[in-house]
Design a protein around this ligand. Sequence first.
Ligand SMILES: Cc1cc2nc3c(=O)[nH]c(=O)nc-3n(C[C@H](O)[C@H](O)[C@H](O)COP(=O)(O)OP(=O)(O)OC[C@H]3O[C@@H](n4cnc5c(N)ncnc54)[C@H](O)[C@@H]3O)c2cc1C
Length: 907
Amino acid sequence: MVDAGLLGRLEKIVGEGHVMTGYNDRAGHAVDQWARLRIAQNLSSAPEAIPDVVVRPKDVNAVTKLLSLANESFIPVVPFGMGTGVCGGVMAAEGGLSLDLSRLDKIVKIDELSMVVTVEAGVKGSVLESALAARGYTLGHCPMWIGDGTVGGWASSRVSGWFSSAYGAFEDMVVGMDIALPDGGVISTENIPREFGYPDFRQVFLGAEGMLGVIVRLRLKISRIPKVRRFRAYRFMDLDMGLEAMRRIMQQGMNPFVMRLMDPFETLVSYFGSGGVAPFLEQVKFFETVRRLLKLDLEGVSDSLLWPTLKRLLEHPFLVRHLLDHAPMASMLFVGFEGDEQATKDDLDESKDLITRATGVPLGPEPAEHWFKRRNQPLSYDKPIFDSGGFVETLAVAGLWRDLSSIYHKARALGGVRILIPAFFSNASQEGAVCHFRLLGMAKSAQSALDLYDWAVPRVIKQAMAEGSTVSYGSGIGLAKRDFIEDDYRGGGRLFWALRQAFDPQLLMNPQKLYPTTVPVAASKQDEIVGGGNISPVLTMTWDHRLLEQSVVTPEVPEEIVELLQIARRSDLKVVCQTGERASKPKNSDVKTLTIRLDQMDRVIHMDPVSCTVTVQSGMSMIYLENFLREKGFTLGYAPRARLSLSVGEYLASVAPHEGSPRYGTVRDNCIGLSAFLADGHQFSVRPAPGRSAGPNLMHAFIGTRGRLGIITAACFRVFPWPAVSDAVAFGCSEPKLAVAAIREILLQGIKPAWVLVVLRAPGGSRSRSRVVIQMEGSRRYVSHGMSVIREKIEPLGMTPENIRAEERLTPPPKLYPSVERFLPMDQVMSLVQRFSQDESPQCPEVHVTHFSSQGATVRLLLRDRAHQVPEDLASVFEADGTDEPLAKAFSVIKAGMDPEDLLLEF
Ligand SMILES: Cc1cc2nc3c(=O)[nH]c(=O)nc-3n(C[C@H](O)[C@H](O)[C@H](O)COP(=O)(O)OP(=O)(O)OC[C@H]3O[C@@H](n4cnc5c(N)ncnc54)[C@H](O)[C@@H]3O)c2cc1C
């Protein structure tokens, strides 16, 4: 496939010495840390599926040239970071070219104003972290074990580390990416205006494992290194009570940067690595029972004893599990907070209160501190187990709080007499956490280890998913889990296929990963429609009759939408969805349309107060939803009041990428499950989960795309306990740029207001009428601490605070005025604010700055007056015409793949 001529052309692009055809180089690029591969290597030393050639480009330009050449020569391309993935993602399933990105290793820029670092994709995580630490910053991504990896590999496999409760998973740190496409182009996923109605492409490329293009450059959020970190350990005699304690901490609005609950087996194993758990052991008779039964000598216990002990235990999996299930046993919880001295002390006290109320017994800080120091060391028993013919596989799955206990107990019980499946829980969020199963198997030969692996892993994943978990959390999908991803994103294969048509139509990028390439193409005709053969003719006639008369129909149940789509197609009508008062007219009035009104689909499907989620039909109005939640003691928090008049479906379909609140996050982040009908009646659905962190998040194809890719029928939102205290403060200011700088500093100190708005040039006003409104919500302690920091930062600037009622936080314009808005990085926000605050001309619009984060804010120009205009020199910033962009072209291919007859109109 790769002949001498081609090798010459490759060398011309990457330079001498960077095209490698030797067997060892090629084989070395075909393997990663997937446990199954490691077992298979014990069977045969030759890896399967190796590339024909390895190339190491030195910059983005070289990557694009290589991709063009491969595309034109029809050669598969497999991106390679460091090969630390755990799912076989770098295996060259169809041979071809391994694109080693290790020379793309530049840290391009650390922007301390917008708190963003720009890096090339091949930069090693540890190198980046050291460079940031030298300037007092951190990424906040801490991989669970020693595994390093490149930032491009992290993004492509959507990794998540120990500190995700405070900093988010790696995907949350990605502000934007540049992607090199097989056609030789480069696209950026950032700052795409809302009015283009594109999906959040960042969510599509994250987790795509190189199948849609090569990530070449990333812009990542950075944070200040905290002053102190403090820990506590607790013992629980009942694991479920440990989960309850974690849940209470998260739903109290606290942000432990690390929280890890280990089941009794994991606790026992961690005991070996830790010198500081003597008080813990004294209280747990169970360990003594195990010790006597297995004749273990624990005198002078140390790491060196771990493996012999573990080996004994693994020889009797059934006995060990039985003992763990029936003996009085303990689970250990580690909690850590970071920040300043006083705040971490207060957090530890508050969390102690919650934990002891959930039956946790304090063990002091030592066990947790000890574990934290060793957190990045490799599992000391990993190598001995593999060397002895066994295996260790870690499967992390995310679940809602209500499901976690059964996910753990049922999947763990599957080990039976053959393997041990201990677990620990971490990566907690308000609605759930991640269960990390460790599958420990011993076998007499490499072949029986492989058989045992193939028996156990799919069973555990299937069982966990049957109890409500995701297929994976972090670590990627690759070859290891691709058989299960369609169960996580039902109907997702079709959408992923459309994405591949848009970005990699020759299907050359990393073939056979994530979803098999043989996913059926969405055929368009009636026989493809779900339920098409079963629709009652009577019902159809009823609809036909109504259609003839009014062409506006109001289905009562989602299934009727399938039928309406079929009728529309038969009658040559286009379809537009509507709810509420808004009557949206199709842009082209010559087009005959069928309007589907979703007003009657307005039920709350499920309110889950345990996991703090609500699932609703898309016809429900946002204001009704917020009132419903308020009665139950919850709020959406992140929905701006001005948008509460919309229905859930309209809201999601038109939401801007950064819309949200510093405290509650963006709307897009808080939508954690979704159902939609595609144009051909197929259903797409994503069950609610605390975080997906595996594969591209396809749900985002429907959010913000104005109904063009599908009709949203239901959504699940994260909801927040109604805040105990809500307080707002306003400041009049003459120097709004200083006010923006102060807001940035407040955010960097970890204070997250529920709402922040800066208004420049309010009606009839002059420069001095600029106003800042900040609203804090949460516990009494949190709000009063936040308010004191806000005053401390703002008052020295000469702005006098005036207390206002929380409800007055935003004064939305009485009617909708035309406006344009963009999310901009902090340096641009500041210079625009400076400029507008000095502009006295009548054409200058009113300016709102909102949706703040440490990286930037949304600047909205409100054309309230006839004279108001978007300044000419800013037209390119605020009024970009995206029709010629590569992303516009990609979107039209995606649309054509999903809806070949262009049935669904934008609303
Ligand atoms: C010891 C150890 C600890 C780990 N800890 C964690 C953890 O805490 N949390 C977690 O979630 N995972 C963890 N992992 C797994 C994690 O998946 C990898 O560390 C990491 O994602 C892979 O990075 P890499 O650069 O080595 O990528 P590779 O293994 O080289 O590649 C991974 C996949 O991404 C693709 N890819 C690589 N670079 C690019 C690019 N620039 N553009 C497009 N595609 C690309 C590859 O084709 C492949 O499909 C760990 C793994 C190990 C071995």
